[in-house]
Design a protein around this ligand. Sequence first.
Ligand SMILES: *Cc1c(COP(=O)(O)O)cnc(C)c1O
Length: 245
Amino acid sequence: MLTGPQISADTVTDSASPNLANNWTETRQRIATVASQWGRLCDSVGLVAISKGHPASAIRALAALGQRDFGENYLQEAGPKLQELQDLKLTWHFTGQLQGNKTRPVAEQFDWVHTLDRERIALRLNEQRPHYAPPLNICVQVSLVPEPGKGGVPPEGVLPLAQRVATLPKLKLRGLMCIPPPRDTFEEQRALFEQLVACQRQLLDAGLAVDTLSMGMSDDLEAAVAAGATWVRIGTAIFGKRQKQ
Ligand SMILES: *Cc1c(COP(=O)(O)O)cnc(C)c1O
């Protein structure tokens, strides 16, 4: 017998539905399973819940379960949500395309940027990061397969940009990120993620202390974890389908 307050139909169809808890648990289970298959500690793989297209109420519900890291792609959408959720002390990851004229809110309100791909934007973020805030954690986005209109530097551009970021005091170079195009098999997915690992090795050889690989989404997180992901970025598998932007 349930003795708690009655749950109305509204509450159940809301984004704080029991599905959210199940999806979150299943996603964490997927990560734990593949991590142990590949001899990795579960704790070495962080989960960023990508909440674009979902309301602040869904983020609040997920935070209540224990999720701390959230990712947003669109500043217009993120602004009011971050404001509304200020009391929760969440860690915010910017995972959208950065525009040169709209860097200030990212520099002021986010903890991580996963999508840096231009020196000019690095300079602006460094300049605009508030003096009281710790350095902004940065991943350089790598375009492993050339795709017009998508962000990222080609592999040969990674080292010079990373070296530049490493000189900027209000930025902290953490590592690399990729969004590879969809592939059908685990092996094909994994081969692409291994290319990001190779880029990371190049930075390590050059003396840059990079500890982060942000790779893997709902459909390819297993291959990403097998290859060495330290952040996976999961939207759909946790929150369900989102409204198209
Ligand atoms: C939307 C998005 C995700 C989440 O993708 P899903 O397939 O919904 O898990 C991850 N990373 C980035 C950069 C995204 O834009």
